[in-house]
Ligand binder design. Structure first.
Ligand code: ADP
Ligand code: MG
Length: 641
């Protein structure tokens, strides 16, 4: 018996037990080796015209024998001589394939696509096998050799029989234990599933005997009540789809093919809304095929939702969901990235250097952004449907990044315009603004209808300014994070994003402001009485410079608006969490104000308390805020009547 080369024993043990977390990848590794072997022979045939290969020779076969408990991967590739068996399989971490790749660098990727590089993949077969036998006949040689090992001490190499060039790797599976069963590898379904999962896009056909069913011929004497009879039979079938659809140019692929691929591989029953195909060459080359679903998966906003793109290297699956390839706000995108340039770690389960991955992720993000922009500009209807599904995540992206992503995302947002009665982008709003408009106005609440009826919204519209009506919880947080919009390239000219119901709107002319101030001063006593009546509910009562028709409204000072308070009260801190600083604004020109004044002058404090309560609560109702004590409110209304 030959011993594994120095230190190999320890290394082998280490390898088998610690490199891979997932033992089923042994099949991926063996198929990759088979593909490399076929590739090498094919490459030889390109330069040596005396080699003629039939299509059948460029294939891989996977089979199993239930009784013998073996799984076999066969190829009709280049094969190995006795020496090569010794060198390649007797030395762990020796990769002939890597050397081949280096020597033939100029053809890699087009004509051939060598996968091997670390010289360890083969040994992953010992994760599932108690012994492995490799029978190989090198191309052009007339002798075959068998390498055999139990993966512990060493291996033997002996003469063997094989009709044609190529290699069989025969794994005798370990015995089942209480914890581990290996029987899954002894089933058509189990093996097919693994081939499809990891090796679906290996460039050579991977064949398997599969069970099929066919109808038996109808007997001549069959009566009217004849029921069709079926029989099972075995047939050699190609299990992998080979040509990675993402490597093909978009012009060569039917949308129908893309749709099928999307639906099968990403488990959706609807066609994708967008298909993005990317082929990058140069310092970092990769192919990517991305899909924007046409509807949001039900669990998109749940904690369990996992974003990510499938990552392939040389047509072999490395990771099913590589998170780093997508920013959170594009978490709805599905797809595949394939790059030969990735430095994989030895198990091929992860990557060694994330800088390449980050560079690809950046490019991909840009691609998605520009595709969405394209849809926004050229297919508005489609974009509105997209936005309905995924807009919330984009807004959240701005909020969660404290506004740092606003350059990427702000122009993808849509809001309901009160003036134009349709969805608009911020750019469209900005474009349509009158010269003198001081800020971008929005109102936040639970429905467009209600917001449209808000007195303050009417006031702003009356000024000739549009108001964006925001109805999603995240809206105001997003705007607060953005602060402003519309800066030019020099960073100038941006307009503040302003909630019409908080802070100073700065609308009133100097005269109007003065008037309001004077009216506030004049009625200081009245306001004090009203404030006392409302207690801690409000921080201030003042004359409004923003009301036209309504008698009163509730606005806020400081960073928290009424809408934010409403949203936050649904959060973990509950209704006692963040509070806004409320201001009761009164319309000094409204007849109600005269009634208030009269009551105050008459010294009727009971009336003042009643009025204060009514005005405050009805203003809250108008803004869609809950009132503290609806029963008391109803009683007060009744009292007045
Ligand atoms: P890697 O594929 O990373 O090179 P492996 O441990 O998977 O490492 O395989 C080691 C070497 O054994 C390969 O580089 C290749 O030269 C040889 N080899 C493995 N399987 C085959 C095969 N089916 N046909 C021909 N050569 C093979
Ligand atoms: Mg390999």
């Amino acid at each position: 018996m030959r011993k594994f080369k120095t230190e190999s024993k320890k290394l082998l043990d280490l390898m088998i037990n610690s490199i891979y977390t997932n033992r089923e990848i042994f099949l991926r590794e063996l198929i990759s080796n088979a593909s490399d072997a076929v590739d090498k022979l094919y490459f030889k045939s390109l330069t040596d015209k005396s080699i003629e290969l039939s299509k059948d020779e460029l294939a891989i076969q996977v089979s199993f024998d239930k009784d013998a408990r073996t799984v076999t991967v066969s190829d009709s590739g280049i094969g190995m001589t006795k020496d090569e068996l010794d060198r390649n399989l007797g030395t762990i971490a020796h990769s002939d394939s890597m050397a081949f790749k280096m020597e033939n660098d100029e053809v890699q990727g087009d004509d051939v696509d060598i996968i091997g590089q670390f010289g360890v993949g083969f040994y992953s077969s010992f994760m599932v096998g108690k012994s492995v036998r490799v029978v190989s006949k090198a191309y052009g040689s007339d002798e075959a050799w068998a390498w055999e090992s139990d993966g512990v001490e060493g291996y033997t190499i002996e003469p063997a029989e094989r009709a044609e060039h190529g290699t069989d790797v025969i794994i005798t599976l370990k015995d089942n234990t209480d914890e581990d069963s290996y029987d899954g590898y002894l089933s058509e379904y189990g093996l097919k599933d693994l081939v499809k999962r990891y090796s679906n896009y290996v460039r050579y056909p991977i064949r398997m005997e599969v069970t099929k069913s066919r109808e038996l011929p109808k007997p001549e004497d069959a009566g009217d009540d004849y029921v069709p009879q079926f029989e099972n039979y075995q047939e050699l079938d190609t299990v992998n789809s080979m040509i990675p659809i993402w490597k093909r140019r978009k012009s060569e692929v039917d949308q129908e093919e893309y749709n099928e691929f999307y639906k099968t591989d990403f488990h959706d029953f609807a066609d994708p809304a967008r298909t993005i195909s990317v082929h990058a060459e140069g310092a970092l080359s990769y192919d990517a095929l991305l899909f924007v679903p046409s509807r949001a998966p039900f669990d998109l906003y749940s904690r369990d939702y996992q974003k990510g793109l499938a990552l392939y290297s040389s047509n072999v699956l490395i990771m099913e969901k590589c998170e780093e390839l997508l920013p959170d706000y594009y978490n709805f995108v599905h797809g595949v990235v394939d790059s030969q340039d990735l430095q994989l770690n030895i198990s091929r389960e992860t990557l060694q250097h994330n800088s390449q991955l980050r560079a690809i992720a950046k490019k991909i993000e840009k691609k998605i952004t520009s595709d969405l922009e394209d849809m926004r500009d050229n297919d508005r209807e489609g974009y509105e449907a997209f936005f309905e599904n995924f807009g919330r995540g984009l807004k959240y992206g701005i909020y969660a990044s404290y506004g740092s992503q606003k350059d990427t995302l702000a122009d993808l947002l849509l809001y309901y315009s009160a003036k134009q009665d349709k969805l608009v982008t911020l750019a469209e709003y900005f474009e349509a603004m009158p010269e003198d408009q001081p800020a971008i106005y929005y109102a936040a609440g639970d429905s467009v209808e209600r917001l449209n009826k808000m007195p303050i919204v009417k006031t702003v519209l009356g000024k000739g300014y549009d108001v964006l009506l925001c109805t999603q919880d995240v809206d105001e947080f997003c705007f607060t994070a953005m602060r402003d919009y519309g800066a030019n390239e020099d960073g100038e000219g941006a307009k503040e994003l302003k909630n019409v119901a908080s802070g100073d709107l700065d609308f009133a002319t100097e005269d109007e402001k003065k008037e309001a101030e004077e009216a506030t001063k004049e009625n200081e006593d009245l306001f004090k009485a009203l404030k006392d009546a409302l207690g801690n509910e409000v921080t201030k009562v003042a004359v409004s410079a923003r009301l036209t028709d309504a008698p009163a409204c509730v606005t806020t000072e400081g960073p928290v608006s009424l809408e934010m308070e409403r949203v936050l009260s649904k959060g973990p801190e509950g209704p006692d969490g963040v509070k806004s600083q409320r201001v009761l604004e009164l319309n000094a020109k409204h007849p109600v104000f005269d009634t208030l004044k009269a009551a105050h002058e008459a010294g009727d404090n009971d009336k003042i308390r009643l009025y204060a309560d009514l005005l405050y609560n009805q203003a809250l109702l108008v803004e869609g805020m809950p009132i503290d004590d609806p029963v008391a409110f109803a009683q007060n209304v009744a009292k007045l009547m």
